[in-house]
Design a protein around this ligand. Sequence first.
Ligand SMILES: Cc1ncc(COP(=O)(O)O)c(C=O)c1O
Length: 425
Amino acid sequence: MSEDDDLLRRRFRVMGKHSPLFYDRPLHLVRGEGVFVYDQKGRAYLDVYNNVPCVGHCHPRVVEAIARQAARLNIHTRYLNDLIVDYAERLTATFDDPLDAVMFTCSGTESNELALRLARFLTGGQGIIVSDFTYHGNSETLAALTSCFPTPEPFPPYARAIPIPDPARDKRPLSELADIYAGHVRDAVRSLQADGVKMAALLIDSFFANEGLPAPVPGFVKKAVEIVREAGGVYICDEVQAGFARTGGAMWGHQLTKTTPDIVTLGKPMGNGHPLAGVVTRIDSVDAFGAAANYFNTFGGNPVSAAAGLAVLDVIKDERLLENSRRVGEHVRQGLERLKAKHSIIDNVRGRGLFFGLELVKGDAQASPATAEAKRLINIMRDKGVLISRIGRHDNILKMRPPLVFSTDHADMLLAGLDEALASL
Ligand SMILES: Cc1ncc(COP(=O)(O)O)c(C=O)c1O
């Protein structure tokens, strides 16, 4: 039995055999640096999947900030501490008016759970609208709203699921899609009202990442939010995946839709791997909710987390990572378009900035999803030393979302690997 087989056996025994693992041959990773991770034999893998280490694996400034503060003081937020307030100020300054306050949590799930509590408190309603292929977290409420994989919790009677426009699949004129899909939001609101459920929130991902990164339909989000607000609800924007400069066009995905949310939820990249997350909203909302709910989170926003969060913001600024996302993202996109012209299995190129996808389809008249091929491809890429994944309703969209320090050289490695892997399918 190899060392990995033994580790796998021990893991199944103590963590269960359904605790998810990537790839047919799971990777045993021991170290990371920049955009590379290394296995126990010292083999390097180009990481084109992990957005959590957004400024690069083990970035020295983040590591040093965590170590310095951990050696000095770590305490919860019920004491005065400069770093926590500095971080709250620096973070909220990256948002548009009137988003000027933050409540800290430790995960994307906690952020979305808190956002729903806040929305229900502010509106007095219970009704929630989500997309019909989504994931916002693993709490009981969020698991019930999950549709991109099965969960034991039934979809709740106070919620409705709406389809999200995907211009690559819905061939009706692009100019009509915003109204058509806003119509689904209107139907959902009416259906809740008919059941006597008052609107609380529309909860959507600014980039529709789990939905498969469809190209944005101009005006859709704006119209959807107007309908929800008219019905007394608020707009919660999940930036857990798309936030922190990933899109290359703005620090926050929602800024590209020109519709400012009432509540924004943050997580994954916020601490570069340190469990730091939060909910950004208006100070009057935080004050009203705080007075009623006495919100407190033992680990959320502690000084070590704040030090990590500050270092992440510093690196994004000093290393010009927003600009890098835009520039390198454009380079990747052009390369992916060239691959599309060469490999007929590629139906369309998706995403922007350093978050991109390739939809793979079969050569039949219906362009049916090439699900098995996508699975094979990510395993071939893994064997070549390039880590990617797949998403979407049919799991046929390659998902690529590297740390933001990805360079054009790294991009060329990815493109060369994809070219070979596609040719070998
Ligand atoms: C869009 C989105 N929101 C929320 C979450 C939940 O975040 P966490 O795993 O930190 O609880 C995820 C996790 O994948 C996500 O993709």
